[in-house]
Write a protein that binds this ligand. Structure first.
Ligand code: NAP
Length: 316
């Protein structure tokens, strides 16, 4: 059953700049509850703008980001992280005073660095990141329940008006999310280990398998057991988005990668020297983390990660 409609929209006019998986899911979530009086948008290509209109994701499509942002009470950048600075520069002069400007990018320090300087006085700039996603992309990939029960992290810069943060928090809660606040630096460190490093490892495992000489590609695909299959799903994520994540969260990812390599070397030694106790302890500790994730409601205990139940949500 759909959650009840709000009595009044939280924002009269919301502008989505970028209408892919996240932008379209936001539109569905807003329509579900009546969160926005009107949803307008801009995407780079005519094709995406036409699809967004056809699917009624937006009421009006604009060919420029600046036109879409003008007159909006809430402007949400839903484009790859590497494109957001230029978009902020373009829309800056047209965002009206009192409006909230936010984003959904997977890296936050770089968003503050690249967008912050283009935010005019009187506009509330509050970077954000919904920890929810799938490996699909584009305007047809979105769905209303994507954010349900998932966290959205807001990383306001110092001096941001508390009432604006409260309004954006209420927006994400109405979209189904739980909301937490942290600094951009802390966000980037946490996400480096929980999301960015796992994606890097998945890309690398799939790449290594593809280059094996004594196992053919068709065997890798035909006999793909659970572990590899799950890596291929993660590695199917959008290359532009992930290129931008690694280019823009370099320090934190390299820090986590260093720690990961040390731990991997320890595992390698345990295997080489037949140290079963070390392996058993490590695997037991890891199992406890999985139980914690389930208890926190961040995944399903169903076999095969509930894939057969049609839930392919991940925490990107
Ligand atoms: P997506 O499905 O690939 O959609 C990206 C959208 O941005 C498209 O509408 C694209 O337009 C538009 N775009 C790209 N470059 C642009 C530019 N220079 N100017 C204007 N529009 C541009 O991507 P997504 O998965 O929704 O990701 C969007 C953001 O959400 C990223 O910053 C990502 O880090 C973040 N995020 C993603 C996930 C996830 O799991 N996917 C989860 C949380 C956060 P065209 O279609 O016309 O090219």
């Amino acid at each position: 059953m759909s959650p009840a409609k709000l009595q009044h929209p939280l924002f009269e006019r919301v502008a989505l700049i970028g209408i892919g998986l996240i932008g379209s899911s936001l539109s569905h979530a807003m329509r579900r509850r009546g969160i926005a009086g009107q949803i307008v948008g801009h995407a780079r290509t005519t094709e995406t703008r036409a699809t967004a209109l056809r699917l009624k994701l937006i009421d009006i499509a604009y060919t420029t980001a600046a036109e879409a942002a003008a007159d909006a009470d809430l402007v949400i950048l839903c484009a790859p992280v590497g494109a957001c600075g230029e978009l902020a520069r373009e829309i800056g002069p047209s965002v009206k005073p009192g409006a909230i400007l936010t984003d959904v990018g997977s890296v936050k320090g770089a968003i503050v660095r690249d967008c912050g300087p283009h935010v005019p006085p009187g506009v509330h700039f509050i970077p954000g990141h919904p920890i929810a996603g799938t490996e699909q992309s584009g305007p047809e990939a979105g769905f209303a329940t994507l954010f349900d029960g998932r966290w959205c992290l807001l990383t306001p810069v110092e001096g941001t008006e508390p009432s604006a943060i409260e309004r954006l928090k209420a927006f994400w809660e109405a979209c189904g999310s739980n909301v937490d606040l942290m600094t951009p630096e802390h966000h980037d460190m946490v996400l480096a280990i929980t999301s960015h490093l796992p994606h890097l490892i998945a890309y690398n495992v799939v790449n290594t398998a593809a280059h094996l000489e004594r196992v053919t590609d068709s065997e890798v695909i035909k006999f793909s057991a659970g572990g590899f299959r799950d890596f291929t799903r993660i590695a199917a994520s959008d290359p532009t988005m992930w290129r931008d994540v690694f280019l823009n969260n370099r320090e934190a990812v390299l820090e986590m990668l260093g720690r990961f390599s040390e731990d991997l070397t320890m595992l390698q030694r345990a295997i080489r020297f037949g140290d079963g106790d070390t392996l058993f302890k490590l695997f037991t500790d890891a199992r406890a983390i999985r139980r914690g994730v389930l208890q926190a409601g961040q995944d399903t205990p169903a076999p095969d990660f509930g894939r057969h139940a049609g839930d392919s949500k991940t925490g990107e």
